[in-house]
Design a protein around this ligand. Structure first.
Ligand code: IPD
Ligand code: CA
Ligand code: CA
Ligand code: CA
Length: 266
C-alpha cells in the first residue's frame, strides 16, 4: 500500500531521529542525563531526537502545532493540525542498554488521530498507520491477535516507576490479571507495547499515568489493525485519564471486566 505524502514525512522524521538514537545508544555511557523527577530520566539523546523531529516536521508542514514530551505544547497558526511526539519512548531502557525503545509520532486533525508512526531503531522495525488505510510493520499488514480466551493470552502492562506509585488499584489489577492470563509482560516502552498489540505479538495491554505522546500513534495503530482501545471505563478518554486498555474485541472486553474486579482471594 503506497504511503500518503504526510505519512512519508512522518516516516522520514522518525528514521532520521532513529539514526541519532542508534548512534547515542552505542555510547550511552557518555550521554548527559538529568532527572525530571524521581525515577524520571531525560538525556541528551531524547533532546537531540526531539530537535530532529521538530525540525523535519515543521519544515514539511509549517504552522502545525506540536505536543512533544520535552518541549511541551508548541502552538502554530494552523489550529486544525497537531503533531503528538515522543522522541524516545523507553528512556530508562535506553540508558540501561536495553534495546527496547521507540520513537512515536502521531498526527491529529481536528482532534482526531489520522496518522501514526512508531519506530524501533534497534530492531529496525517501522510501524505505520493511517486512518482508514490499515496498519503496517515494514510494509506487512498488521492484524491484532485472534485469541479469545484470557487463559491463552500474553498481556502487556506498565509498572509505575519510582515517584509514580500513586495509582492505588494497580497492584490489585496486576494480581487479578496475573491470575487469569497465560503471562504478563512489562517491556518499558508504551508506544512499542501498543505497536505489539497491533502486530498480534501481545494479546492486550493496560497502563495508567501515560501521556498523549505515549499513546497517540499506538491507538490508531491498534484500531487500524482491527483492535479495540479505550479508557478503563470503556470510553475514549485515554488522553484525559492517562489510562488505556487494549486488545481484540473479546480480550479488550474481558480485560475491562478483570480490571474492575476487587482483589480476588487466591
Ligand atoms: C515511559 C515508557 C514506559 C511507561 C512510562 C512512560 P518515556 O515513557 O512509555 O513504558 O511505563 O509510564 O513514561 O518517559 O520513556 O518516554
Ligand atoms: Ca520521559
Ligand atoms: Ca513515553
Ligand atoms: Ca520519552
Amino acid at each position: 500500500m503506497p504511503r500518503s505524502a504526510i505519512l512519508n514525512v512522518m516516516v522520514q522524521a522518525a528514521m532520521k531521529a532513529g539514526r541519532s538514537l542508534a548512534r547515542d545508544f552505542g555510547e550511552v555511557q557518555n550521554l548527559q542525563v538529568s532527572l525530571k523527577g524521581p525515577g524520571d530520566f531525560v538525556s541528551q539523546a531524547d533532546h537531540k531526537a526531539e530537535e530532529i523531529i521538530h525540525a523535519e516536521l515543521s519544515r514539511a508542514r509549517p504552522g502545525y502545532a506540536f505536543l512533544m514530551e520535552e518541549r511541551g505544547e508548541v502552538s502554530g497558526e494552523d489550529d486544525q493540525h497537531r503533531w503528538i511526539v515522543d522522541p524516545l519512548d523507553g528512556t530508562t531502557n535506553f540508558l540501561h542498554g536495553l534495546p527496547i525503545f521507540s520513537i512515536s509520532i502521531g498526527l491529529e486533525r481536528q482532534g482526531q488521530i489520522v496518522a501514526g508512526v512508531i519506530y524501533n531503531p534497534a530492531m529496525d522495525e517501522l510501524y505505520t498507520a493511517e486512518r482508514g488505510g490499515g496498519a503496517f510493520m515494514n510494509d506487512r499488514r498488521l492484524r491484532v491477535a485472534s485469541r479469545t480466551k484470557l487463559t491463552d493470552t500474553v498481556i502487556g502492562t506498565g509498572v509505575p516507576h519510582l515517584g509514580r506509585g500513586h495509582h492505588g488499584n494497580y497492584l490489585i489489577e496486576l494480581r487479578n490479571v496475573m491470575a487469569e492470563v497465560s503471562g504478563v509482560r512489562r517491556l518499558g516502552s508504551a508506544a512499542l507495547d501498543l505497536a505489539y498489540v497491533a502486530a498480534g505479538r501481545m494479546d492486550g495491554f493496560w497502563e495508567h499515568a501515560l501521556s498523549p505522546w505515549d499513546m497517540a500513534a499506538g491507538i490508531l495503530m491498534i484500531r487500524e489493525a482491527g483492535g479495540f482501545v479505550s479508557d478503563p471505563a470503556g470510553g475514549n478518554g485515554m488522553f484525559e485519564s492517562g489510562s488505556i486498555v487494549a486488545g481484540n474485541e473479546i480480550i479488550h472486553r474481558a480485560l475491562l471486566k478483570t480490571l474492575k474486579k476487587p482483589l480476588v482471594p487466591r
